[in-house]
Design a protein around this ligand. Structure first.
Ligand SMILES: Nc1ncnc2c1ncn2[C@@H]1O[C@H](COP(=O)(O)OP(=O)(O)OP(=O)(O)O)[C@@H](O)[C@H]1O
Ligand SMILES: [Mg+2]
Length: 572
C-alpha cells in the first residue's frame, strides 16, 4: 500500500462537495463573506437559478492585492486571529474553505478594492489560479461564479432544474436577509428583480419577508436573560399556520439555522394549540455568547450545537408559551371527568325566516337530564346514529342505534369526505370547477412554480396562471370546496408542491394537492352546526369508504360503547 497526499485540486474538489452542493450554497458563502466584510448594500444576480452564474457585489471593506491572492488559498482566513478563537466565533465564516472550494468546481472571478486602494482581480477556474491583476472597480468586492460544476460534470447531475435551484437560492437569501435587516439586499433572477429590500429595522424586515398578515397577527416573543441568552422575535398565532415548517425562521447570533432542537421546541410549545400536521410561522432570534455554541458541526454551518441544549430548549419553549398566552392549550384537551355545564351546548334550530342559525345562542346544559328524548328508531344501517349535540363547537356528539356514544371531529371528518369526493371526481375525469366572479390575484413566494403546475391543478378544478413575478391569478376553484379564501389555500399548495419536489410522481403530487384542497374546503373547528348539518355529515361518513381516519391519519370519530362506560365508571 502506498499512501499519497492528494493533489491540491483533488482535495479542493472533495471539500467542495461538502461546502458547495448547489447554487444556493454558493450564494450563502458569498453573502456571508460580504456580511463579514461589513457590507451595507449587497446585490445578487442569478442566471439559470445560479447554475449559470451567481454574482454578488458588496460595498464592504474590500481586499488588497496580497489578501486577494490569499483569499483563494485553502485554509486562508482573516477571521481567526488566534487558535483559541475557534471556540468563540463571532463572524459567519472562519474556515477559509469557501472560495477555494468554489474555485475548484466553477469559474470564479473576484474583483476587490479597498476604500483607499486600487482594484485588483483574480480568477480560479477548475482549481487553476491566475495571477492577481490590477483592474478598475468600485470600493468593495464583486465575486462572480460561472458554470457551476463545469469541472466536475458528475455533480451537475444532482442539481434540480434552474427553477428549483433558483427557488432554493432565493430562500437562502431571504433567510439571511431576515437575520441582517440593517443591510440592503437586491436580487435579480434571469434579468428580473425578485427582491429589493432597503436597510430597515427588524420589524420592517420581518414584515417585508413574512408578509403584512403575519406581522399584524403575530405575538411578540421575549425571553432568556441578558448576557446569557436573549430571545426575541415574533410567533404566529395558532390560527396562522402553514403546511410545512419552511416559514419557521431561526436565527442564532445572526446566523440562520435549521436546528432540530429549536424545531422540536416549537413543536412542543404549539402542541396544544395547533392541529397536528400544521406548522406555525415564526421568526425567532437568539443571542448567546459565542463560546456557548459550536457552529463547526456541519459543513455548511446550517446546524449548530449548544453547550447547554436543555437550557436553550427550555427558554424557547417557555418564551413561546408566554407569547401564545396562558391557558390557550386547555381547549385541546379532552378530559374524561365531568367538565361542568358550560362545556356542552345544544344546537339551536334555525329560527324561521332568519336563517341566522350561527348567531343563535346555545342553550346551556344545566341539569343531568336525558340528553335527548327517544325519537323514531334509527335503522341499523346508520351505524353512526343520530346527532345529539355539538361539543366545544368542534365535535359532534351522536347516539348510535346500539346506544354507543359517538364523538365526531367535524373538521377531520369533513376533510376526509371532501378528499374522497375530489379523488373520485378526478378519477372519473369530471372535477367541477366553480369560476370566481372576480378572478383573485394572490401574491406568494414560489408563484412561478405554482404557475407551472397549472395543467396538473386544472385537473382538480383549480384554474390559475402566472401573473407577473411573484403572483398568480386564480380563475376557478373546485366546486366541492365551497368558497374558501384562495390566498392561504394557494400558499399551502405552493409549499406542498415545493416540498414534494420535481422528482415525485404526478399521482403523488396530485394526491398531496387534493389533501391540501380538502383541508381548506372543509368546515373548521369552531363553526356551529345545525342538527340537520350534523346528521348530513354522519350520513355522508357512512357512505364513504375510509371515513374513519382523516387525510393525516388521525381518527375522525371515537366510539364509546356500553362496556367502555362500565369500565370508566368502575362498574366492571
Ligand atoms: N466579499 C468579501 N469582502 C472582503 N473580504 C473577503 C470577501 N470574501 C472573502 N474575503 C476574504 O477572503 C477570505 C477567504 O474567504 P472564504 O469564504 O474562503 O473563507 P472564510 O470566510 O474565512 O471562512 P469560511 O470558509 O468559513 O467561509 C476571508 O477570510 C476574507 O478575508
Ligand atoms: Mg466565507
Amino acid at each position: 500500500m502506498v499512501i499519497r497526499l492528494l493533489p491540491e485540486t483533488t482535495a479542493n474538489r472533495i471539500a467542495a462537495g461538502e461546502v458547495v452542493e448547489r447554487p444556493a450554497a454558493v450564494l450563502k458563502e458569498l453573502l456571508e463573506n460580504a456580511l463579514d466584510a461589513g457590507a451595507k448594500q449587497i446585490r445578487v444576480t442569478l442566471e439559470q437559478g445560479g447554475i449559470g452564474r451567481v454574482l454578488v457585489e458588496d460595498d464592504g471593506t474590500g481586499m488588497g492585492a496580497e489578501d486577494l491572492a490569499l483569499a483563494v488559498e485553502r485554509h486562508a482566513t482573516s477571521k481567526l486571529p488566534e487558535e483559541a478563537m475557534l471556540f468563540a466565533i463571532g463572524t459567519l465564516g472562519f474556515r477559509g474553505e469557501a472560495l477555494p472550494s468554489i474555485g475548484a468546481v466553477a469559474r470564479l472571478s473576484i474583483t476587490s478594492r479597498q476604500r483607499e486602494g486600487e482594484a485588483h482581480r483574480i480568477t480560479v477556474e477548475g482549481g487553476r489560479k491566475s495571477a492577481v491583476q490590477p483592474t478598475s472597480g468600485a470600493p468593495g468586492t464583486r465575486v462572480e461564479v460561472n458554470d457551476l460544476f463545469f469541472a466536475t460534470p458528475a455533480r451537475r447531475k444532482f442539481l434540480r432544474t434552474a427553477r428549483g435551484e433558483g427557488d432554493a437560492a432565493m430562500d437562502t437569501l431571504r433567510r439571511l436577509a431576515l437575520a441582517w435587516p440593517e443591510v440592503g439586499f437586491e436580487a435579480i433572477l434571469d434579468g428580473r428583480t425578485q427582491l429589493s429590500l432597503a436597510p430597515a429595522t427588524r420589524e420592517t424586515r420581518i414584515r417585508d419577508l413574512l408578509g403584512e398578515d403575519f406581522a399584524a397577527a403575530a405575538l411578540p416573543i421575549q425571553g432568556g436573560a441578558p448576557g446569557v441568552l436573549e430571545l426575541t422575535g415574533l410567533a404566529g398565532g395558532p390560527a396562522f399556520t402553514r403546511a410545512t415548517a419552511m416559514e419557521q425562521h431561526l436565527v442564532v447570533n445572526r446566523r440562520p439555522v435549521r436546528d432540530p432542537l429549536l424545531r422540536a421546541a416549537l413543536r412542543v410549545a404549539y402542541r396544544e394549540v395547533m392541529t397536528p400536521g400544521r406548522h406555525p410561522v415564526a421568526a425567532i432570534f437568539l443571542e448567546i455568547p459565542p463560546a456557548e455554541v459550536d457552529v463547526n458541526v456541519h459543513p455548511m454551518k446550517t446546524e449548530l450545537r449548544f453547550r447547554d441544549a436543555a437550557g436553550v430548549r427550555g427558554a424557547v419553549i417557555s418564551a413561546l408559551r408566554r407569547a401564545l398566552g396562558h391557558g390557550v392549550g386547555q381547549a385541546g384537551h379532552m378530559s374524561l371527568g365531568y367538565a361542568g355545564p358550560a362545556r356542552l351546548s345544544f344546537p339551536t334550530p334555525p329560527r324561521p325566516h332568519t336563517g341566522f342559525a350561527e348567531a343563535a345562542l346555545p342553550l346551556a346544559f344545566s341539569a343531568p337530564a336525558p340528553l335527548a328524548a327517544p325519537q323514531a328508531t334509527l335503522a341499523a344501517d346508520h351505524p353512526l346514529g343520530r346527532a345529539l349535540a355539538q361539543v366545544l363547537e368542534t365535535y359532534i356528539l351522536a347516539e348510535a342505534p346500539d346506544g354507543a356514544l359517538i364523538l365526531v371531529d367535524q373538521h377531520a371528518a369533513h376533510e376526509r369526505l371532501t378528499h374522497e369526493r375530489l379523488s373520485e371526481e378526478m378519477r372519473a375525469g369530471a372535477v367541477r370547477a366553480q369560476p370566481l366572479l372576480i378572478p383573485a390575484v394572490v401574491e406568494l413566494p414560489r408563484a412561478a412554480q405554482l404557475a407551472e403546475a397549472a395543467p396538473e391543478l386544472a385537473k382538480l378544478g383549480l384554474e390559475l396562471e402566472g401573473f407577473g413575478p411573484g403572483a398568480v391569478i386564480v380563475r376557478a376553484l373546485p366546486a366541492l370546496l365551497g368558497a374558501p379564501d384562495p390566498a392561504p389555500l394557494l400558499r399551502d399548495l405552493a409549499e406542498e408542491l415545493a416540498e414534494s419536489g420535481e422528482g415525485v410522481a404526478l399521482a403523488t403530487r396530485l394526491d398531496a394537492a387534493i389533501a391540501r384542497l380538502a383541508c381548506h374546503g372543509s368546515i373548521r373547528a369552531g363553526r356551529r352546526l345545525t342538527p340537520a348539518e350534523m346528521d348530513a355529515l354522519l350520513r355522508a361518513m357512512e357512505r364513504t369508504p375510509r371515513a374513519a381516519t382523516c387525510s393525516h391519519g388521525r381518527p375522525t370519530y371515537l366510539r364509546l360503547g356500553a362496556s367502555e362506560f362500565a369500565r370508566l365508571f368502575g362498574r366492571s
